[in-house]
Design a protein around this ligand. Structure first.
Ligand code: NAD
Length: 501
């Protein structure tokens, strides 16, 4: 046994989470003095009080962000300096790796091994990647006649409000922060009330790294209070939102009721994973879908929750997947070997169990899991669950469950598979499994999704855009394309006089 491994239970017992807001470089309580209790979904333990931010706190944070933008303390810095400060921020995230990973696991329930190996390094890499971009992006000169010069430049938008969910609290925040800060904006971040702790610590690390006060503020609180106040604020130039499609609709309403601020929505998904009979390695396809869907307790926007399998191989495929499911049985998230942790809270547990009941009620066959687990822990756990015999019109095939529940739908022809995959309000991601090159390309082209994988599922990197078609949202996170969300394009025309000499 490796005795160098931290004892996470011991560390968790002495952890003191600071739930105060961070505005203008300072920790502070909510203006109302109110705090809400944050319990851990892993066993119900109290993690501490978190400032209950509301309209007055949002006003303060936006004013601080506006002042930082207007005096150009950040956007006006030489790009090489801004880059260095963001790099230092990324270095500090990595240096605080164990503390951040523990906070993330306690706050939202994912296994500690993934908080350490995925969430913290991805967050740091995102910030470092956009830091690198700061002094490498050039503006344009348009091809004009000789009597004019037209400059096409990108300018920061001003104050960006970021509102993020609880499933990957740090990564989702970093996908907004990286490009928004690199472009020179100020940010007010509203983390989910279900997972506010790492965002607050990130803001502290940014201050320690030398990012000026007011540039990055965090106001925790509830959606209907702090979230609504931020999205309705007249002095916020853009809202970068990740969350449910239901709340995404509200973001558009808030913008129309206030200052028509830009709204970028990264929303839900119901991604199709299509297995054709010409794919030889059925075992690998089945193992991949189980690993991808059950990762993060199924609480991933791009989880492959609709598995479309050709009827001729479906029995074999379902048998392999059903045998895989118990390998993902939930266990203690603080144990280094655990692969599935707790759902984020009791509400989510009830929602997921409700979908499992709906699946049974509509006649789908539960071939693995289907029950709550580890009830004695005081936390919220559900068995990895597989339904066979699902019809695409059933509730479990239409709605995003956001839990470890897979729906297997059978098809007979390629065109039927494409039609089923596209018959969804969502269009975030999809996967095609075929050894036939033309079929793989043909189907990938026909799918209405922001990302299509062929013969794999989870390949991913900050270098590529991420986002959805249809009701999965608009705009893209990640890659250089993300700068489109955080910059305005300006055209400047200059007249060039002819030489009169
Ligand atoms: P949610 O919509 O309930 O909440 C998201 C955020 O919005 C939270 O910070 C919440 O406090 C805030 N909010 C809620 N109601 C609000 C209101 N009325 N006004 C202002 N703010 C409000 O979503 P969730 O349950 O936290 O997250 C799960 C959802 O996020 C899933 O649908 C998932 O697919 C989606 N998601 C999408 C992506 C993507 O990149 N497309 C990534 C991760 C998660």
């Amino acid at each position: 046994m490796n005795t160098n491994l931290p004892n996470w239970h011991e560390r968790a017992a002495t952890l003191r989470a600071d739930g105060r807001m961070l505005v203008d470089g300072q920790r502070r309580a909510a203006a109302s003095g109110e705090a809400f209790a944050k319990h851990s979904p892993i066993d119900g333990r109290l993690l501490g009080g978190v400032a209950r931010g509301a309209a007055a706190d949002i006003d303060g944070a936006v004013a601080s962000a506006r002042a930082a933008f207007d005096d150009a303390r950040w956007a006006g810095m030489p790009p090489a300096v801004r880059k260095r400060l963001l790099q230092r921020f990324a270095e500090k995230i990595l240096a605080a790796k164990e503390e951040l990973a523990l906070l993330e696991t306690l706050d939202m329930g994912k296994p500690i091994q993934y908080s350490l190996a995925v969430d913290v390094p991805s967050t740091a890499r995102c910030i470092a990647w956009y830091a690198e971009a700061v002094d490498k992006i050039y503006d344009e000169i348009a091809p004009t006649g000789s009597n004019a010069l037209a400059l096409v430049t990108r300018e920061p938008m001003g104050v960006v409000g970021a509102i993020v969910p609880w499933n990957y609290p740090m990564i989702m925040a970093a996908w907004k922060l990286g490009p928004a800060l690199a472009a020179g904006n100020s940010v007010v971040l509203k983390p989910s009330e279900k997972s506010p702790l790492t965002a607050l610590r990130l803001a502290e690390l940014a201050v320690e790294a030398g990012i000026p006060p007011g540039v990055f503020n965090v106001v925790p609180g509830f959606g209907a209070e702090a979230g609504e106040a931020l999205a309705l604020h007249m002095d916020v130039d853009a809202i970068a939102f990740t969350g449910s499609t239901r709340t995404g609709r509200r973001m558009l309403e808030y913008a129309s009721r206030s200052n028509l601020k830009r709204v970028y929505n990264e929303l839900g998904g119901k991604s199709a994973f299509i297995v054709f009979p010409d794919f030889a390695d059925l075992q690998r396809a089945a193992e991949t879908v189980a690993a991808s869907l059950f990762f993060n307790q199924g609480e991933s926007c791009n989880a492959p929750s609709r598995v479309l399998v050709h009827d001729s191989v479906a029995d074999e495929f379902v048998a392999i997947v059903a045998a895989q499911a118990p390998k993902y049985a939930p266990a203690d998230p603080l144990h280094p070997g655990t692969v599935m942790g707790a759902l984020v809270d009791e509400t989510q547990l009830r929602t997921v169990m409700g979908y499992i009941e709906a699946g049974r009620g509509e006649g789908a066959r539960c071939v693995a899991g289907g029950r709550q687990a580890r009830g004695e822990s005081g936390g919220f756990y559900v068995e990895p669950t597989v339904f066979d015999g699902v019809a695409n019109g059933m509730k479990i095939a239409r709605e995003e469950i956001f839990g470890p529940v897979m729906s297997v739908i059978r098809f007979h022809t390629e065109s039927e598979a494409i039609a089923l995959a596209n018959d969804s309000p969502y269009g975030l991601q999809a996967s095609v499994w075929s050894d036939h090159l033309s079929r793989a390309h043909r189907v990938a082209r026909a799918l209405r999704a922001g990302t299509v994988h062929v013969n794999q599922y989870d390949e991913d990197d900050i270098t590529v855009p991420f986002g959805g078609y249809k009701q999965s949202g608009n705009g893209r996170d990640k890659s250089l394309h993300a700068f489109d969300k955080y910059t305005e394009l300006k055209t400047t025309w200059l007249r060039i006089e002819a030489d009169k000499a």
